[in-house]
Ligand binder design. Sequence first.
Ligand code: DGJ
Length: 737
Amino acid sequence: MQIIFDEKQQIFHLYNEKISYVIQVEKQRYLKHCYYGKRLKKWRGGIQSFYYDRGFCANPVVEDRTFSLDTQQREFPESGQGDFRSPAYELMDAQGDRNARFFYQGFQILKGKTAPEGLPHVYTEQVAEAMTLEITLQDEVRNQRILLYYTIYEDAVVTRFAKWINDGKEPVEISRFLSMSMDLPTQGYDVLTFAGAHVEEKNMYRRPLCADAVVIESRRGTSSPQATPFLGLLSSQTTEEQGEVLGVNLIYSGDFYGSVQCGQYGTTRVQIGLNPFQFQWKLHPQESFCTPEAVLVYSEQGLGGMTEIFHKLYRERVCRGTYREKERPVLLNSWEGMYFDINEEKILNLAEEAAELGIELLVMDDGWFKGRNTDTTSLGDWVEDKTKFPDGLQNLAKRVKQKGIEFGIWFEPEMISEKSDLYRTHSDWVIRSPLYDPIRSRHQLVLDLSNPAVCEYLIQSVGRILEPGNISYVKWDMNRHLTDLGSVYLGRENQMELSHRYVLGLYHVMETLTERFPQVLFESCSSGGGRFDAGMLYYMPQTWTSDNTDAICRLKIQHGTSFLFPPVTMGAHVSACPNHQVGRTTPLATRFAVAAAGNLGYELDLKNLSKEEKEEVKAQIKEYKKRRRTVQFGTYYRLANPFCENQGAWNIVSEDGMEVIFTHVQILARAAYRMPVIRLRGLDPDAIYTDCATGQEYGGDELMYAGIRIPRIRQDFSSTTIAVSYTHLRAHETELH
Ligand code: DGJ
């Protein structure tokens, strides 16, 4: 990769073998976005700036009626100087003046990566993995600087964030500060977004944008199940396999804002960053403020190409720690099987049965701590309930381990119940208004993580339980959103910083605990996939994808999630039928087929399984372990779209290409069976593959170009899984037909 500055043209060209990103300094002051896309050998200015005198245009360059910021392609636009589109930043000073004039001042080309302080990001392990361009914008009147960071890697990825530095003598209030903005030279994009709800996360929406704007955002304090900090700009012809895509994702777990906005003269502005809603940051002299990082992926191989880039990046350069490369254990979670009704005897029995089936980790979910028999009580008191566990938690963990299975535990550290010792001693640690009765959600309140004492309490209380080393897994839950924004800890002038400081506090707690307990596998959860974002993955390498465990609903949820996140990050469990969320009954084989496309787990009371079902589960686990490396670290391809088809299908190719697992799920059976043909992806067209179960041979070209036909199964919700292994290269074949 390389970054050059062409003095004559005043352009920066960031490029690698796949992509180019070009920025120009215009009129010695303004940053113009020229290009982001497929690699260019050199920028010679094909897309020139033409200046015209146009109506309603403000002219920031004296005596030049043809130059207006409103008609230009910008890199980091301001408000108040005549660009009336959505700005990237805004401020207010002590006198209430909201104007600023940040102009280009200089640049540095840096080796390696520069990261936003205290925030999750794409990291590098060696300096040679990346190069960074730092561009300085300066407001000389106010004595303020904004540094824009662009990092380019070997793949088709550019990451961006911005840093504001107050060099002045007075504080300024930043009221808007996005991570990136850029104006593409054309329009006519399809915009792809993922929105949803609790138990229905990451529904996929694609629509053409003709004029106006599409806005995505969360105002809930977390990234939320309702929205995803992602925007995809697609050409109208783009499919899974072909066509251009620009995917923009924010590495952040709190309130975000993103928009795609059409300009009046044929351009398209795309932006993402912190949500300006109820946000204001007081920046004192000599202080700085960093935005979260945005990831910009370019693919000319359609959405599948974009996904492959995100998956690799997030698996290898966002996820960290021991588990980044380790196969994840098959687990059994107690929640749907027992809910709050757990005790020592039940957990030990469950562990014994689980171990017999080949399960490697028993997770004791909610209900284990002092007085926690319903969701009305005890959050914050992270000590075991002695009536349920008379022998103590650590002894329980040891006894579970003696049965040949690891032990994991559930926490919801960010929350507090009013019925708790913690609330009795620290009611001031809650996010709330001093004037009103706080609004409850699931009977609970949210702890004020902007307060370092609260963060320290969480580190201590969770740390105390992990310290003895008997617990090898933590499920970190978060089951409500932020209301009544108010903090006793923050003073009058910092109240508008609360939502972002909450996230910074959370990141600090997670950084400390994951660093202190590197042997523990952390899984994040927010009533399922309510905070399934790249920010959380930086600390916790897997996420519980949804509280909806129905295999058919999961087809859509996992399909939507898969656009950004690889299977190894997705918790997926086989649960009991009728399913607890939708009441549907699906074959055990299908529940497994869908869960086996992620980190496999079971979430049911094993004693309710028949002897035959237990045998089936045992065989499933054996099969999964055999192919686990492929599922968790292979390349994942979507082959059908359950949002608009009567089926779901995918295949996963192992890292070395030797194994391919293909799964098809039929949603409803049809009398006039359509005999679907599915074409696999990612195989070697010149190789011969053998079906591991039947010994039938196929050419890689045949499987990819002609496809395979799914046999008729006269049953709703049925599934077919075929594993094939690479056998030899076609060159060994003599006959050609
Ligand atoms: C919500 C989670 O998503 C569930 O899996 C479970 O852990 C419950 N919380 C427990 O309260």
